[in-house]
Design a protein around this ligand. Structure first.
Ligand code: UDX
Length: 448
């Protein structure tokens, strides 16, 4: 099928490459020249495992191309348009900024030929009610709009796009339009549906809400375990053992129960804020007030790391040499949007510490966006003479570090494990003081 993907940021670039990989003919529309040039050359503009090779292959096969705007895309021949533009936070209250989406729809409306029925599929995360408004805008063009939210995780984006847990179709009310939309998107996703991936049919509003509800639930689960970490710290207990024990109850489940410096990234933080803002507009703000606590718990964990440095480093925080391991909001990503690691590093810097940061992928992005931190590409140089090592992103090669070798480099064998990811017994054996988050009880357990 002939497909256009409007907006080739994280979601769109992956979606475009995966749709081409399924055999469709895809044109990606991307206004950012730097990003577009990289994509057109078959290179991913951000770090995502597997994406470079998929893009290179599909661009070479000429199944995938990228253009600047809708007018250049020969959209007449396109069967399905995917809306994948970003919906970042728009104001301090948290409302989503829909200007990119509105501009994309306006541009599309201008080039669609009235009288020719086409399908427009929204994938961006939007406040409930947006799809219905956009459908009205597109109605005069003859386009049918449906919403098909995307649940991909960075680091697993290709796997999640091609083998999602479920596919949600938010369909228009009109029976004939709904049938048309369903059949066309079924053809696009035929290989996925053939694998037996469940497809849920619903209305536009439910589809929009499914996405934000899922992200709110995930954020709540992380903040729940981080709240338990706070209690464990006060009570002398170990949150990692607690999480393991409660997670074995299949009603609870052990995923998203890793206590640490909490959630960040381009989705969870802004999505829960936008959801709260939208609920207030709808007059049901009270229903989502708990998300304010979810965010407050999340931010408290960042400050906790700074407090631990202040408390544990013998000479105090001012002038202390702190080696921060990690800048990306999670491993296997170079994304530093709302990254807890970057926030903690900046808080340490503001508190007077000398902070050197090492990250295998995120340093170039960090160099463009922050000042005051010492960005160190060489891990051993970053560790040299450190008064404290602070792990904030659990990249595999940080987790696998040899604590005996690291002890030779630093000035004090003190590590704050902000992700509870290091093998604690090994670090303790190598002579380190290992401080986890929410792990006040573990020393006693180890001695027993
Ligand atoms: C998330 C959703 O998972 C995905 O479905 C949605 O489409 C986009 O937002 P992503 O932002 O890629 O995906 O990251 P995710 O893997 O969900 O992690 C989010 C944050 O939570 C990271 O900062 C991660 O370090 C943190 N996290 C995750 C924890 O602190 N503890 C956990 O147990 C799990």
């Amino acid at each position: 099928m002939r497909i256009s993907v409007i907006g080739c940021g994280y979601l769109g670039a992956v979606h475009a490459a995966c749709m081409a990989g399924l055999g469709h003919e895809v044109v990606g529309i991307e206004v950012d020249a730097r990003r577009r040039r990289a994509l057109a050359a078959g290179r991913a503009p951000f770090h995502e495992p597997g994406l470079d090779s998929l893009l290179a292959r599909e661009v070479r096969r000429r199944r995938l191309r990228f253009v600047e705007d809708a007018a250049m895309a020969d959209l007449d021949a396109v069967d399905v348009h995917f809306l994948c533009v970003g919906t970042p936070q728009g104001d301090p209250e948290g409302s989503a900024d829909l200007s990119h989406l509105d501009r994309a729809v306006e541009a599309l409306a201008k080039v669609l030929r009235p009288g020719r029925r086409t399908l427009v599929v929204g994938k961006s995360t939007v406040p409930v009610g947006t799809a219905r408004r956009l459908a009205q805008r597109l109605a005069p063009t003859g386009a049918v709009l449906m919403w098909n939210p995307e649940f991909l995780r960075e680091g697993f984006a290709i796997e999640d796009t091609l083998h999602p847990d479920r596919i949600v179709y938010g369909l228009p009310e009109h029976q004939d339009c709904a049938e048309y939309a369903k059949q066309l998107l079924d053809s696009v996703y035929a290989p996925l549906l053939g694998e037996g991936i469940p497809r849920l049919l619903t209305d536009l509003e439910t589809a929009e809400l499914i996405k934000v509800a899922a992200n709110s639930f995930l954020a709540t689960k992380i903040s729940f375990i981080n709240a338990m970490a706070e209690v464990c710290e006060a009570a002398g207990a170990d949150v990692t053992v607690l999480a393991d024990a409660i997670g074995r109850d299949s009603r609870i489940g052990n995923l998203f129960l890793r206590a640490g410096v909490g959630f960040g990234g381009g989705c969870l933080p802004k999505d829960i804020r936008a959801f709260r803002a939208r609920a207030h507009e709808l007059g049901v703000g009270d229903a989502l007030d708990f998300l304010e606590d979810v965010e407050a718990i999340n931010l408290r964990r960042r400050q906790k790391v700074v407090d631990l440095v202040r408390e544990k480093v013998p000479g105090g925080i001012v002038g202390a040499k702190v080696c921060v391991l990690g800048a990306a909001f999670k491993p296997d990503s170079d994304d530093i949007r709302d990254s807890p690691a970057v926030d903690v590093a900046l808080r340490l810097h503001e508190a007077g510490a000398h902070v050197s940061v090492n990250d295998p992928k995120a340093l170039p992005t960090l160099a463009r966006e922050v000042t005051g931190l010492d960005l160190e590409e060489d891990l051993e140089t970053a560790l040299a003479e450190a008064d404290v090592v602070v792990l904030l992103t659990e990249w595999e090669h940080f987790v696998a570090l040899d604590p005996w070798r690291v002890a030779e480099l630093v000035s004090t064998p003190l590590v704050i494990d902000g992700r509870n990811a290091l093998p604690r017994a090994r670090w303790v054996d190598a002579g380190w003081e290992h401080v986890g988050l929410g792990r006040a009880g573990v020393q006693t357990v180890l001695k027993a």
